[in-house]
Design a protein around this ligand. Sequence first.
Ligand code: KDG
Length: 314
Amino acid sequence: GVDLLTFGEVLVSLRSTGPLHLGGPLTMHMVGAESNVAVGLSRLGHRAALAGRVSDDELGEFVLRELRAEGVDTDGVRRDPDRPAGLMFLERRTADLTRVVYRRAGSAGSALDVDDLRGPLAAGPRLVHLTGITPALSDSARAAVTWAAREAASAGTTVSLDVNYRTRLWSREAARAALTPLAGYASVVVASADELDLVAEPGADEDTAVAGLLRRGVHTVLVKLGADGARAHTRDGVVHAAAVPVTAVDTVGAGDAFTAGYLSGHLDGLDLADRLQRAVALGAFAVAAHGDWEGLPRRDELSLITGSVAGTTL
Ligand code: KDG
């Protein structure tokens, strides 16, 4: 089996260089929280597989080609002849403000169902990674994620869940209702500080939310703090890692990179502090380059950023 199986929607992202209403050139990229994690692991030499549906046209072909170019196993990706590709416009409104416009309702990726996941899961991955985006896409996608989480957990497979709340897809209440039960199947939960109460009681603070998750059997709760680094909570206490200082040019995808770094460290058997270190290092690579995943390191590049001083490598 592969090291990591993840599933969800891979989108075609169209990026502007200025206000969208003015038109102008757009560049086309493959994005998606789950595919970002798969690419991050693959770059580091792990075997990562993605399952899901893409459109049966040039856009689906583009996504498949990108995934394959990055070494991601696409055996579990089906072409859906009846539905279009999901699109995400990224509008660079100002130098500091980027807006997202989705065109993904009814997309191929949103039609994910339980049958799409049976084969990939039966192959026995070491890790199964879920995000809170997939259950927001459709009833069948929510059922598929819940089914896979339950199956994987009962087979003793490590399940990780990144809360990844997306305002444009659902309300906090709907997200909480779907994600709180999912967290119960996870050994690793990843969230930013303002997402923690989506897997706990409404309004719960970090300590309360973490205590509840650990009580429900989660081993590690990772709290992403952006420029302040991250905290990892376990039954043994809390570990903090500072962010690696870099020039941030594009923060989209940083959380997925962070998760990929952590899971890579998990697969390599690193201790908690070193897993967290690899996580913040990958986050730094992501924010210091344009694109969700383009700047992520190969294994031999990890030391370029980790704890080193920025500059020219001679
Ligand atoms: O984490 C970045 C992703 O959110 C982005 O690439 C697109 O998956 C995506 C989404 O649904 O917003």
